[in-house]
Ligand binder design. Structure first.
Ligand code: FAD
Length: 288
């Protein structure tokens, strides 16, 4: 199923992100316990992450997408990065995706790693999108967007122009970086719509349920922390159970506000934790 067909105005799309199990935790099959746990959420689709330095030897993302589609009867989006890929690598992966019956790709540049020279074939996600569309127009492509501006962008205007280029290149749906301040998302949405970006934009929500997650997430994506969020985190820093409950309550509060404001969709970063996803879904399912 093509993801954009889900955005038909009937309900707010609710989707999930999972990541392939770490090599140290065993084979790709360990994803089954995560997927079994997520089954009752009945997500509209599940996206599966891919390493920025992804290579032909690691096809776990695509294998998991195939499992999601075939065994769980749920549409899947395969993330695909290009910073470390040549055109030949992408051709190889496109072929594998076609063989696995996967129709949806989240086309990304991927983070550049210090000391690692990027490949030269693709400078930006829009180059990858254009390339895939030329090679295999049948794929539906999604792209990433940044409510609080991508950390390498000069400013919010150049970032929006780059996003418009991504959409003009063929992205039919966007998923946002996580954020904790809904107002940041609403002003981003306004900028995007003014710039003529008219594809569905899903809001990325990450429930923060432990302290180490905050430090990691914020240093990785630079999301700003509203006062209300910081107060909750410091109040319950020494009480893991309370922090867990409060983190879920905060995410639910964000989602209720987003749905009330007519957002196209909610994309939940599950961190492969079905308990958290289920708690959130139960709290908001009647509101979609
Ligand atoms: P781009 O769209 O190429 O943007 C990167 C920077 O270049 C931005 O600052 C942008 O403003 C600028 N830019 C873009 N186009 C142009 C242009 N034409 N001219 C000038 N400047 C331009 N990473 C992974 O490794 N694996 C994943 O699975 C993964 N999944 C993600 C899912 C989501 C929803 C999000 C939001 C991010 C994800 N990432 C993932 C992280 C992502 O790879 C990084 O944020 C990366 O730094 C940027 O990727 P991008 O596709 O947004 O890049």
């Amino acid at each position: 199923m093509k993801i954009s067909s889900l955005f038909n105005g009937e309900k707010t799309v609710f989707s999930l992100e999972v990541f392939p199990p770490k090599k140290t935790s065993g084979s790709v099959e360990t994803i089954y316990s995560t997927l079994d746990g997520l089954k009752s959420v009945k997500p509209d689709f599940i996206s599966v992450t891919y390493g920025a330095g992804g290579n032909r030897a690691d096809l776990s993302t695509f294998e998991i997408c195939r499992i999601i589609k075939e065994k769980y009867d749920t549409p899947a989006i395969a993330h695909l990065t290009c910073v470390s890929s040549t055109k030949e690598d992408i051709d190889f992966i496109i072929k594998k995706l076609k063989e696995s019956g996967i129709e949806n790709i989240l086309a990304l540049r991927g983070d550049r790693k210090a000391g690692v020279e990027p490949e030269k074939d693709f400078s930006h996600a829009s180059d990858l999108i254009r390339y895939i569309k030329t090679r295999e127009p049948g794929f539906e492509i999604s792209g990433a967007c940044y409510p609080e501006v991508h950390n390498e962008a000069e400013n919010s205007i150049t970032d929006i122009f780059a996003l418009k280029e991504k959409v003009d290149a063929g992205a039919q749906h966007l998923i946002s970086q996580l954020f904790f301040d809904n107002n940041a998302f609403y002003s981003f949405l306004e900028r995007a719509r003014i710039a003529g970006i008219d594809v569905p934009i899903e809001a990325g929500i990450m429930p923060v349920v432990n302290i180490s997650q905050i430090t990691r997430m914020v240093s990785m994506c630079g999301a700003s922390l509203p006062r209300k969020f910081s107060k909750i985190m410091s109040r319950f820093a020494d009480n893991p159970k309370a922090l867990f409950d409060a983190g879920i309550a905060y995410a639910v509060d964000q989602i209720v506000d987003l749905i009330s404001n007519g957002v196209d969709g909610i994309h939940l970063y599950t961190m492969n934790n079905p308990t958290v996803a289920l708690r959130i879904f139960s709290a908001i399912k009647s509101m979609r």
